[in-house]
Design a protein around this ligand. Sequence first.
Ligand code: BES
Ligand code: MN
Ligand code: ZN
Length: 509
Amino acid sequence: MDFQLKTLSVAQAAAEKSDVLIVLVGSAPITAKDALSVLAASARKAGDFPDKAGKLLALYRPDEVVASRVVLAAVGDGTPASVRSGVIAAVNAAKAHRPKRVVVVFAQPAEAAAVACAVTAAADASYVYTATKSKAEPRSIRALTLGVPDAAGVRKAFDEACGTVLGIELAKEWGNRPANHATPTLLADVAKELAKLPKIKCEVLGPKEVEKLGMGSFAAVARGSAEPLRFIVLRYQGAAKDEAPVVLVGKGITFDTGGVSLKPAAEMDEMKFDMCGAASVLGTFRALAEIQPAINVVGLIPSCENMNDGRAVKPGDVVTSMSGQTIEVLNTDAEGRLILCDALTYAKRFDPAAVIDIATLTGACVVALGGVRSGLFASDETLAAALQAAGEESQDRCWRLPLDDDYAEGLKSNFADVANIGGRAGGAVVAAKFLQRFVGDFAWAHLDIAGTAWKSGAAKGSTGRPVGLLVSYLTTRARNGNADGASEKAATDSAAPAKAPARKARSAK
Ligand code: BES
Ligand code: MN
Ligand code: ZN
């Protein structure tokens, strides 16, 4: 889908050639005197178009409008959240007519984050999965023009949002593909394709190399599958070579049967989504290639199937992780942490500024937070705050959960240094405590996306989350001179421009 940004009033948008015109109307009084604005004002006054984000009023061939269909969409206070729900409702309504060209116009001034959310929301609502359907109708919308009162002021946010959409859609696409169309080898091929884009490099390790590295925990999970494991290493270099990278680690279980601790049959198909953490890392790299922020990022993806087989790891088996810690595998279905722990150990070699792992890790997190917010765990306050803020800005929200040591009590083992499960209570935190044992001397955060990475039921499908959050976090960090929160660099820039930047990373340029 092609996005375009233009300075347009409602009257000018009405003169644009399109199949559907969507007018985003906020709470402020509607004062413009063009036909559509007058109509919106009178509908609101009459109570037919309430001022609540997501409320719609559909019009057919109204006066002075080129498009035959117009949808007025309320966006309330104009915050990213309200704009997102207004745009999603309007595009969903417009979709039925299979429009090719759509114009979306803000009737009021629009903040940068709201414009970005309009772009990602329109893409979200119009995405169609086609890869394994023989007669699928592709997405009807070819071109979307976004009209705002001042295009120049929001151009950068708009461009970044367009890059983010490419990343979200890559993540959705690979999340949605069935496990026999998204094997570890195929995920590695996606990473190799990404390495053709500017500033991206990729290296793929196979079973022999992983064995040699001593990743006995990761290798144990892969043992039960005929599909060979892959360890994918992606690098995006947007800053000076010596600048410490942010490392993203994505869980890439392409199918989770539970292994010998077999899962029940109901909804087991959804365990094809167990590589959505990996897909979010791939998607983030797609967006980085487009946006080109001044930051270095490493992506690590341990990927394999978790299968039941004669060679499969068994409950009670003790494996040795790359860190040297031995792990008693009490439940083979707690496999995500077994592959992530070795990737976290591997992350140390990059001397990272921060490490963020992203994983569909626990059913307990689904119970705790549902599909609204991802679970956020962090060993570092600034990193936690930056990720939380990125989630709000991109409307790809998360919520922080605790990491008290008491939660690790149940992980004690009689036969190894640690067990891979604790009790059922607080299961999302117990899993995070397990991971924390493998975290080195760097700021670390863990995003449990078990509830947010895909939707079940009639709308079953990948959401592309948390690509929006990650891209927003990384671009903000790049703007802050590779620091979380307001950096010295950012502070000096605004307060006293004459002062020399204090950060080593900057002076290296
Ligand atoms: N991939 C699952 C987590 C999951 C479950 C995500 C349901 C989304 C929906 C993970 O590998 C798993 O099986 N976790 C177990 C851990 C348990 C054995 C300690 C779980 O959550 O039940
Ligand atoms: Mn599992
Ligand atoms: Zn899993």
